[in-house]
Ligand binder design. Sequence first.
Ligand SMILES: C[S@@+](CC[C@H](N)C(=O)[O-])C[C@H]1O[C@@H](n2cnc3c(N)ncnc32)[C@H](O)[C@@H]1O
Length: 460
Amino acid sequence: MSGSLPHPYYQYCDLGPVPRRSPAPTPGALDMLHRVQAYRGHPVQQLGFITASTTFDAKENLDRLLLILTQPPMFTTLRVDLSKISAREAQHEIMISLKEQSMKTGLETFSMFWHAEFQDCLVLHNRGPNTVEKVDKEMMVDLACGMAVLRGAHVFVQGIMAAPPGKKLFIGNGVSQVSRSDVFNAYSRSVRGVGVLMTQPVFEAPCLAELSFPWLVPQNLPSIACVHALAPQPGELVLDMCAAPGGKTSHIAALMANQGKIVALEKSSERAKKLEQLGLQNVHVFAYDATKALSQDLVPQAERVFGPPFPPSSFDRILVDAPCSALGQRPCYVNRISVNQLMSFPVIQHKLLMVAAELLRPGGVLVYSTCTITLAENEEQVAKFLARRADMKLVAPSVRLGSCGLEGSQLDATQRAMVQRYDPGMLLADRDSRPSQDLHNVDTIGFFIAKFVKHKEEDT
Ligand SMILES: C[S@@+](CC[C@H](N)C(=O)[O-])C[C@H]1O[C@@H](n2cnc3c(N)ncnc32)[C@H](O)[C@@H]1O
């Protein structure tokens, strides 16, 4: 990691510094660059935003987090399905592919190493922010495309915009791969593929679209950690309650070495169909609302057609990778989530957890996760669940990365030490004392993981 990580990327670009006036957090739009001000000027607890505490420490913590969320992580993680390829062969194939990328762009190849705790996880070191002189010719891309470029993508033709937006963020220089008329001519909108090859990006990361192997899944580190916390075993019956697009389902399948059965539920039929098309072995996909996955009828197991709803105590392990406000994504510049949407997530998350508790067999394992940073969707959710389900016990996973849970919910200090809050803001808090070999465990997206075990009858 270069010493430049604390460099506020937004000073680097044309967006300008964080404004000094204090805009009200308008329902419907929480602009990431205004959030610090919104937090200072308003009772953010009303939004269930990040913490119920208004202590100086909490404000400092939030300021750091908001700053770091505007930068892409400085590491890329790749999950290798070791049931399909050996670690050695995988590393060799990836290295060849990275060298090919480097020949095309002229950028140095990326160094990589295996994660010390997760044997299926390769970590690649990204670079940046680089001081790049803008070339004269300018091309605008939409925000989604720009954020992908900051994480290593090239500019795809579909991301190029005809009209310049109000605010601009410089993401680097590149070489156009298509003619101007091809991009902007309405009749040639069918042109697909790379529009600009990024040869001087502000942030350098491997292009994941070009690392396309059937045994490789680019995944953020906390997502990989989440399934390791679940620790599915060959031969078990596992439920993935919110499964699409299937990154974690495929990881569960890999760890079970295709022995056992995985039920993948997904409410959106379109997303369920795409998940089905992945053709994962031993995975049964159902387009189904997981809040309705508990059956109350008394039909014996042998007479049931396999599928939801399921009787109580059906599963050995359950993953609730819940729908959430996704405020932990990096980089992020604008978030248009409405307050109503923000408030709706804790309700559905609690319902999913309550159904999961019923569907889990005594002695079974439940993992709850979100890719967001709010107290309401994380620590408060865990506290409410424990209060309503005396048979569920919060436990620490065998590999514990990330920070402790935030103060401000009903969780006590011991409980807060058991959950994993991935808080990249910590990078700015203790950057001088943190060992460099640990940076990839902290420089991640914002994420939260809690693991529970259901009491066996004899325990209670
Ligand atoms: C955070 S994403 C899951 C990501 C997935 N686990 C992965 O790793 O690829 C949440 C998913 O839950 C789905 N979802 C939302 N409400 C649901 C419900 N009631 N039942 C089942 N799935 C639901 C969403 O459509 C979305 O695909």
